[in-house]
Design a binder for this molecule. Structure first.
Ligand code: NAI
Ligand code: MG
Length: 357
């Protein structure tokens, strides 16, 4: 049976990097007999131009009917003056919430060839390969009540509510345990259980799940210590799982350990394993149309899609190996270029990955 992939190129460099990722997918499709089928849709500014809104209900349904979604990026100055409600980024929020994509997976891998691009010493980061699993549709970013009110004293007070239900914790926990099973078998749950009741419950639920995953070694860490450990000795981690806000902060910190945003893929999944895969970066309007964007984050997102949503781990490994090979060959787009390497365009980088299988 074929697997249907929805391609949403979006705006700016989106179409340029997506073109390379699709070429790579077609190559592994042929090589591994994956039987992939592609369908293309509109999101972001591209959809606003065509339909007057950043994601139509029909397109959302089309995406949900596929087995996985690969997205480029959305947004750009052309649409910046529009009302907030129909801005390109609203299309992203709509597809994430519309498809219940609560599990955000962000790997931080340092390719040894790019060790010089990290802000940390090579011995601290060389060989770094961690995965942060961030809860994406709950926690303090969504809790009610929220707002800014004026107290009787006349002073204003801002407030948000940090909430998680057991079922919300359990489903992100399962995602993380399963990811750890497929990787190094270590899971660190990050909380602030010494201060926040929500995370006392978080820790309780993680402990309750642990016996179901005897092949995973669960540990707990307070978030402040986790932040410190991430920059002190990041290689102690395999998979980290945490709530929305802690995950937002820790995943950005972890991302920078690896150097360039042009290298970082991500996945956002729901409980069925369905997922939306996209690079961590945006539409880069400053370099759009110049053919110089780094397509590797999108190509690596495609690899994640094969691994996590389509159960095609072998093909995913092959893509990651091909990416590593082109870096070995010294090929670099402008964002990761250093002296002595060969500067290549978006299309040349994509073609090199295709040739590296
Ligand atoms: P950005 O990630 O698009 O760009 C930040 C910087 O990184 C720019 O200098 C850009 O040239 C560079 N960069 C990004 N991706 C690159 C790549 N693949 N290769 C080489 N260089 C790359 O973030 P920015 O500038 O804040 O936002 C631009 C637009 O993208 C905005 O409209 C923003 O709302 C949107 N955006 C969309 C996201 C998404 O679609 N998931 C995420 C973040 C921003
Ligand atoms: Mg962030």
């Amino acid at each position: 049976m074929s697997k249907k992939i929805m391609i949403l190129p979006g705006d700016g460099i989106g179409p340029e990097i997506i073109e390379q990722a699709v070429a790579v997918l077609k190559t592994v499709d042929e090589k591994f007999g994956l039987n992939l089928e592609f369908t293309e849709g509109l999101i972001g500014g591209a959809s606003i131009d065509a339909h007057g809104e950043p994601l139509t209900d029909a397109e959302l349904k089309n995406a949900g009917d596929c087995d996985a979604v690969l997205l480029g990026a959305v947004g750009g100055p052309k649409w910046d003056t529009l009302d907030r409600a129909i801005r390109p980024e609203k299309g992203l929020l709509k597809i994430r919430s519309g498809l219940g994509l609560y599990a955000n997976l962000r790997p931080a891998i340092l390719y040894p060839q790019l060790a010089g691009a990290s802000s940390l010493k090579p011995e601290v980061v060389s060989g770094l390969d961690i995965l942060i699993v961030r809860e994406l549709t709950g926690g303090i970013y969504f809790g009610e009540p929220r707002g800014i009110k004026t107290l009787e004293s006349g002073e204003k007070q801002g407030y948000n509510t940090y909430v998680y239900t057991e079922s919300e914790i359990e489903r992100i926990g399962r995602t993380a345990f399963e990811a750890a099973q497929k990787r190094g078998g270590k899971l660190c749950s990050v909380d602030k259980a010494n201060v926040l009741e929500v995370t006392v419950l978080w820790r309780e639920v993680m402990d309750r799940l642990a016996p179901e995953y005897p092949d995973v070694e669960l540990s707990h860490m307070y978030v402040d210590n986790a932040a410190m450990q991430l920059v002190r000795a990041p290689k102690q981690f395999d998979v980290m799982v945490t709530g929305n806000m802690f995950g937002d902060i820790l995943s950005d910190a972890a991302a920078m350990l690896t150097g360039s945003i042009g290298m970082l893929p991500s996945a956002s999944m729901n409980e069925t394993g369905f997922g939306l895969y996209e690079p961590c970066h945006g539409s880069a309007p400053d370099i759009a149309g110049q053919g110089i964007a780094n397509p590797l984050a999108t190509i690596l997102s495609a690899a994640m899609m094969l691994r996590y949503s389509l159960d095609m781990g072998e093909a995913a490994d092959a893509i990651e190996a091909a990416v590593s090979k082109v870096l070995d060959q010294g090929l670099r787009t402008a964002d990761i270029y250093t002296d002595g390497c060969k500067k290549v365009s978006t299309a040349e980088m994509g073609a090199a990955v295709v040739a590296a299988f």
